[in-house]
Ligand binder design. Sequence first.
Ligand SMILES: [Zn+2]
Length: 146
Amino acid sequence: MTAIRLPSRPRVGDVVNLPNGKRVRVANIGVPWIQPPASVCDDPECPWHGNLKIRLKFLEVTVESVRMHRSAVVIHEYVHYVPKYKRYERRRKKMHVRVPECVEVKPGDKVIIAEARPLAKTIAWVVIGKREDVTPWTAKREILQA
Ligand SMILES: [Zn+2]
């Protein structure tokens, strides 16, 4: 398992040779508004460089802690409508997400996660990039808040 940082961000479809001899192709994950990460890994459970398929369900969340191996705890904050009082209440929930090797996260980072297949008992979402990887012209509108 290796991840290398490239001098410039690769484009979708680029083929990169890793130091361990593997050739990795940057996949088109079907999300045009986010750019591939600047690093390339050979993690099989990476949506960009592995075999993991993502589903078209996205959230923007904040990283809470990164103590687990290649996964993280994130906080999803959202508003929930309460009909009786005709007001919104703020809710937050913690989620466990998979972090591929090419993405480095630290607590406090804003990251974009996408639903994937169940990867572990509590993990079914994967980080596809950071907020700064989002293409600016569509940033806010295109992120579907579930
Ligand atoms: Zn990767």
